[in-house]
Write a protein that binds this ligand. Structure first.
Ligand SMILES: *Cc1c(COP(=O)(O)O)cnc(C)c1O
Length: 376
């Protein structure tokens, strides 16, 4: 059996989780939460980083910090995970879907400006597969129209655009540490941003509407309920699991990158012969090998390939059903302009097994099976 995903584990996770227990601090904002957020601040050159209970919750914080009001419009791709939309819909926003580029599967930056109305408040670029959207163009549009940018960098941890870490280019950046992502804590995420004016508000939102963070820093001698909020801070046990992986961030990165290159090489002749398409990485981007996908000529061939691989005990998966074709996606939003690529490209895409320490032997089997599929 070749699994599609195995959650990453580098071997020191249990040791650090035991340390959290010994610290008598397993709730939020303990030693390991601090280590992880400091790591992000230094590594990504960003002023503020808060671990959260998921990327979904980081996006919810992004929507709250953006002060989304009912009726505000949010521009996003339809080709994304539901959380990108949910966080804003919860605040009463109307979704405006914009088509994707077929080469990167990211929002087509050239179509964004036409979708802006006087109700537009936020643009949410999603860095699909850890490959950056065209952020220069998106930031330029956002600044000219006084819009905020919330980056869904769930898949983009440790990827860059023109040397800048994804998640740090817009006003807010959101990461995921779900077990299917490159670096994990089971369920978890983070929100990062540079503007100091959001810091206190973010702390309060994350701590149930209290100023407990200020209290812990000794800035006040009693903490109290000061605003609305929720519980967005993860257990330090989970942060300990993540810390083990951040310490070995390059090991995981290099391992996944080697797997990506291995697939790319092994499947190139099929791409050259026109049987399939391989991922495209624009020049300004360094990616993180979050996934290896291929695109088949048609939906039918994709279904056949997935079934063929399944019969050989190889798990491959497709996603996403575009949001604008889901019941909630229709209720909460509208597609601006023509759906030239979103549906068509999403139906052709399949993701191959990809995880930390995926062996060459297994990749050889996957590659050989795809070659065999096209031979018959
Ligand atoms: C995984 C993912 C999310 C959600 O992350 P969670 O941590 O599971 O909440 C959001 N957006 C995208 C693009 C994702 O891939």
């Amino acid at each position: 059996m070749i699994d599609f995903n195995i959650p990453p584990s580098v071997g020191t996770e249990l040791e650090y989780m035991a340390k959290a227990i010994k610290n008598k601090k397993i709730s939020g904002d303990g030693e390991f939460t601090k280590k992880c957020s400091q790591w992000m601040q230094e590594r990504f050159q960003v002023n503020h980083a808060f671990l959260t209970t998921s990327c979904t919750h980081a996006l919810e914080m992004g929507a709250l910090l953006s002060q989304i009001q009912p009726g505000d419009e949010v521009i996003l791709p339809s080709y994304t995970f539901v959380s990108t939309a949910d966080a804003f819909v919860q605040r009463g926003a109307a979704l405006v879907y914009v088509d994707i580029r077929p080469d990167t599967m990211n929002i087509d930056e050239k179509l964004i400006e036409d979708a802006i109305t006087d109700k537009t408040k936020v643009i949410v670029p999603v860095h699909y597969a850890g490959v950056s959207c065209d952020m220069d163009t998106i930031m330029d549009i956002a600044r000219r129209h006084h819009l905020l940018v919330v980056e869904d960098a769930a898949q983009g941890f440790c990827s860059t655009y023109k040397g800048k870490a994804l998640g740090t280019i817009g006003d807010f950046g959101c990461f995921s540490f779900h077990e299917t992502k490159n670096y994990s804590m089971g369920e978890g995420g983070a929100i990062v941003f540079n503007h100091d004016e959001y810091r206190e508000k973010a702390e309060i939102l994350r701590e149930k509407g209290t100023n407990r963070s200020k209290f812990f820093r000794g800035q006040i001698d009693k903490y109290t309920w000061v605003d609305y909020g929720s519980s967005y801070l993860p257990s330090d046990l989970n942060a300990a699991y993540l810390w083990a992986q951040l310490e070995q961030e390059r090991t995981i990165f290099n391992d996944r990158m080697a797997s990506f290159d291995y697939y790319d090489k092994g499947l190139r002749s099929l791409a050259d012969a026109g049987y399939l398409e391989q991922p495209y990485i624009p020049e300004d981007c360094t990616h993180n090998a979050h996934m290896y996908y291929i695109k088949l000529p048609t939906l039918e061939i994709r279904s056949e390939l997935i079934a063929y691989l399944k019969a050989k005990d190889i798990q491959s998966v497709f996603h996403y059903i575009p949001l604008h074709s889901a019941p909630a996606g229709q209720r909460f939003g509208r597609f601006h302009g023509e759906d030239r690529y979103t549906t068509k490209e999403s139906e052709r895409l399949v993701r191959l097994p990809m995880y930390y320490q995926l062996t060459d032997e297994k990749k050889d089997i996957v590659i050989a099976s795809i070659h065999d599929f096209f031979k018959k």
